[in-house]
Design a protein around this ligand. Structure first.
Ligand SMILES: *Cc1c(COP(=O)(O)O)cnc(C)c1O
Length: 395
């Protein structure tokens, strides 16, 4: 049987996605990732990237990556348990642990892999995971891989978590896991309450701080620092693919758990490490964060300015408490149309629809960064106002 005959159903599914406004067209960027990017030969304002601090194209990170290549070459050439690991990798782990004020840290190729490594290493068949209903896909997949029973509690609702715990028969270990900052709404997990519940019951507590790393806490030290819960949250997963401007994942916390992940984290044992230029660039990102809070401060003031003016124009920006600014539009087709018109006005801001957000809750997610000037933000606001009036979203 020819492949085409077996993939007919995929073509039908793809056609349905296009019809519903849910097909993702990936833009091709012809320049470095920065506050402005070149797409189809045009300079457009970039409101899409998780490049919170503008580090993806920062001269210090570029230099550090080149230096790492000069000293160490490019790739790790095998998994670390077999081929060994460079002292640059171990240095990054030490620096991350110090930066985050934890006992130890281990790096992975990505934040996604960090979750796939960690959850199945901590719980398994016969155990229970209590997971926020809106947790990131990589947490959900990590939970599924573990084969533990998964109990979803209502989003950011400690009372519902208590109810779910009371209703669940627990014979083995239990883990409470949550995103730190929820990436599509920008709201923050009630970590102090979750910590209280976890410690009452003796459950493990894990937070995935992908959108809090480099953003929340003193100088970007993350959600645990933000809530001053040092030594209380057992596992902090993070990513170096967002505010750090590079790519890579990290698990930080208790040293026994980190040691265990070096023995039993499957993406650690069976997939090669971060590349050397990535590691070098991440070290430079930590240097910058430790030297000054300037970039973190600018990120927050930019986001506050943009949000205030968007609300003033009449846009609904949901429940965000962080620099993530969702512009709620409702129907996926409207969000796509809005994004297309913004692009024509010189603003790159993607529409986000199901399954990334619930049906009927499509939006444009605006990501301001420290790389944007006030002038940039004003240009963006003008475009939103123009398109918003044209499409009848604001009056
Ligand atoms: C982005 C994100 C990840 C994935 O991080 P990568 O380093 O890009 O793999 C994991 N968890 C959460 C909550 C995220 O927002």
């Amino acid at each position: 049987m020819a492949t085409e005959a077996k993939t007919h159903w995929i073509e039908e599914e793809l056609a349905a996605l296009r019809e519903q406004g849910l097909y993702t067209n990936i833009r091709v960027i012809e320049s470095p990732m920065d506050g402005w990017v070149t797409i189809d030969g045009r300079r457009v304002l970039n409101f899409c990237a998780n490049n919170y601090l503008g580090l993806a194209n920062h001269p210090r990170l570029r230099e550090a990556a080149k230096r790492a290549i000069d000293e160490y070459g490019v790739g790790p050439a095998a998994v670390r348990t077999i081929a060994g690991t460079t002292d640059l990798h171990t240095k990054l782990e030490q620096r991350l642990a110090e930066f985050k004020h934890v006992e130890a840290a281990i790096t992975f190729q990505s934040g996604f892999n960090a979750n796939l490594a960690t959850i199945p290493a901590l719980v398994g068949r016969g155990d229970v995971i209590f997971s926020d209903r809106l947790n990131h896909a990589s947490i959900i997949d990590g939970c599924r891989l573990s084969r533990a029973q998964i109990v979803a509690y209502e989003h950011n609702d400690p009372d519902d978590l208590r109810r779910k715990i009371a209703e669940t028969e627990i014979t083995g270990r239990a883990l409470i896991v949550t995103d730190g900052v929820f990436s599509m709404d920008g709201d923050i997990a009630p970590l102090p309450e979750l910590y209280e519940i976890a410690s009452e019951h003796g459950f493990l507590l894990m937070v995935d701080d992908a959108h809090g790393e480099g953003v929340l806490g003193e100088g970007g030290r993350g959600i645990v620092d933000h809530f001053d819960l040092h030594g209380k949250v057992d596992i902090e997963v993070g990513t170096m693919s967002k505010a750090f401007g590079v790519v890579g994942g990290v698990v930080a916390g208790n040293k026994t758990i980190i040691e265990w992940l070096r023995q039993r984290g499957r993406p650690f044992l069976f997939s090669s490490a971060m590349t050397l230029p990535d590691v070098g660039a991440c070290l430079a990102a930590i240097d910058l964060l430790e030297e000054s809070t300037e970039l973190v401060d600018r990120l927050w003031s930019n986001a506050a300015y943009f949000k205030e003016h968007m609300n003033g124009l009449g846009f609904d920006t949901g429940a965000t408490e962080t620099p993530i600014i969702p512009v709620m539009l409702g129907e996926a087709t409207l969000a796509q149309q809005f994004s297309k018109r913004l692009f024509e006005e010189g603003v790159f801001a993607m529409a986000i629809g199901y399954p990334t957000v619930p049906q009927g809750k499509a939006r444009i997610r605006v990501m301001n960064t420290a790389a944007h000037t006030q002038d940039d933000l004003d240009r963006g606001l003008e475009a939103f106002e123009k398109v918003g009036r044209e499409l009848g979203v604001i009056g």
